[in-house]
Design a protein around this ligand. Structure first.
Ligand code: SAM
Ligand code: SF4
Length: 317
């Protein structure tokens, strides 16, 4: 049972254990469901510095954050990325992960081997060069695939994130299931979310996890794996040996088990991906963190907010 004065537990008993840090909004891909073709990014001077990020995360870890994931925009585009990872590696955390499009990943891999960052969630929405280019608007398929296999060879824990859109890449579902089995790499199919640029085409492109599974059911059997209570994906072992997950952000959101807080590139802590309210932690003294955190956690919704006008790349997926 949580202690009554525990600032990281809300009145519904949800303990905040995870922190997702968005390091910047800029990116070197332009995924259809995430970015407009010509996005306007915030000036670099607005990003929280390495020093500020270290100050913030150290205080949050002291209050109970156990797992940190770096995201963006594309986190590997920050020149101080390794410095940030080195600083975070000194903290007493259980996991340090990275969500990346892997375009710049390969040269970083040998350097990351000696840090706490061992969990890589790599976005890959197609197994086909042309379709990859259609979705990301960039010719980068081979670079990404090479980085995935190098990371696997070097022993990183990899998961692939695949956003499925009706009429765009849903026909590739079986190919991903085969690829997962062939390479022993888990693939998680994400329902496209009604957020930012997706809002105008959401109805046209949305495919539920239920429908994805139905499309696969003729050829595969699924056995449910044991997921943690705050897991965002529902995971399965498939009859061909693949490990597949479904992230049902729209059809069955995981708000009641949510253990996550978000830090924006400017150093503002937010209670939820779908909320724009937050508190700037950059200049907050350590003794003020418990009160600030308590007020952020009290704002956490228990039900999915229908849509978010701010695009995903600005908040960090
Ligand atoms: N650039 C990195 C990447 O793509 O992995 C990290 C940032 S990206 C915003 C984080 C995750 O959010 C990616 O897996 C991406 O596919 C997902 N994402 C972005 N927009 C989305 C949307 N509208 N619906 C579902 N997932 C989305
Ligand atoms: Fe960039 Fe990731 Fe958004 Fe794609 S999903 S545009 S890689 S931030």
């Amino acid at each position: 049972m949580p202690a009554l004065d525990d600032h990281m537990v809300d009145k519904h008993g949800r303990r905040m254990r995870k922190l997702r840090i968005s390091l910047l909004d800029a990116c070197n891909l332009r995924c259809l469901y995430c970015m407009p073709e010509r996005p306007v990014f915030m000036p670099q001077k607005d990003w929280a510095s390495t020093k500020e990020l270290t100050h913030i995360t150290r205080n949050l870890v002291a209050l109970g954050i156990e797992e940190i994931r770096l995201t963006g925009g594309e986190p590997l585009m920050r020149r101080d990325f390794l410095e940030i990872v080195d600083e975070l590696s000194t903290l007493p955390i259980k996991k340090l992960g990275l969500t990346t499009n892997a375009l710049l990943l390969a040269p970083y891999l040998p350097l990351l081997q000696h840090t706490k960052l061992q969990q890589l969630n790599i976005s890959l929405d197609s197994l086909n060069t042309e379709n990859f280019m259609r979705i990301t608007r960039r010719d980068a398929f081979k670079t990404v695939m090479d980085a995935i296999f190098t990371a696997k060879t070097l022993g990183f824990a990899i998961k692939i994130n695949t956003v499925i859109m009706k009429g765009v890449n849903d026909h590739e579902l079986p190919a991903f299931v085969e690829w997962s089995a062939a390479h022993d790499i888990p693939v998680r199919f994400l329902e496209v979310m009604n957020i930012g640029v997706m809002r105008s085409q959401f109805q046209k492109r949305f495919l539920s996890a239920f429908d994805m599974k139905t499309m696969l059911a003729a050829d595969y059997q699924f056995s449910r794996l044991n997921d943690k209570s705050d897991s965002t994906s529902r995971n399965f072992r498939v009859s061909n040996g693949a490990e597949i997950g479904f992230i049902t952000s729209e059809s069955n959101p995981f708000c009641t088990g949510c253990s996550r807080l978000r830090l924006t590139p400017k150093g503002q802590i937010r209670p939820c991906l779908f909320m724009e309210e937050g508190i700037d932690l950059k200049s907050l003294a350590p003794e003020d963190y418990p009160t600030a955190l308590a007020s952020i956690i009290a704002m956490k919704p228990t039900r999915r907010i229908p849509h978010q006008p701010q695009p995903m790349y600005q908040i960090g997926g």
